[in-house]
Design a protein around this ligand. Structure first.
Ligand SMILES: [Zn+2]
Length: 106
């Protein structure tokens, strides 16, 4: 396997492919292309809210995918699932480490 770095469209940093997620456009909707099977152009991004927000503000997906008025609904849902998963994992790990329930997490 070669490192074959990609550039994140959010933070513009190069990273290895396994740390990035491919976003591709299908029927003018941006989709998370986890298996990298959607033909055509792809945009690579870290599964990170900061990178996604930055890419959104800069219209980086539209530019990378050569598409206009991209429907970002699926990307938004994907990001929400990542964020809630991270928060959940973090909280349970903290709880294990501390040996008690974390205080007031909503
Ligand atoms: Zn990034």
């Amino acid at each position: 396997m070669s490192p074959n770095p990609r550039t994140c469209v959010g933070c513009r940093r190069k990273d290895v492919r396994k740390n990035l997620v491919r976003i591709a456009a299908r029927d003018s909707a941006a989709e998370v292309d986890e298996q990298a099977t959607i033909p055509g152009r792809g945009a690579w991004i870290h599964p990170d809210p900061g990178c996604l927000n930055r890419a959104n503000r800069a219209h980086a997906f539209e530019r990378a995918l050569r598409a206009q008025n991209l429907d970002m609904t699926k990307i938004g849902l994907w990001l929400e699932s990542i964020v809630s998963r991270d928060v959940h994992d973090g909280a349970s790990q903290e709880a294990k480490k501390a040996g008690r329930n974390p205080m007031g997490t909503r």
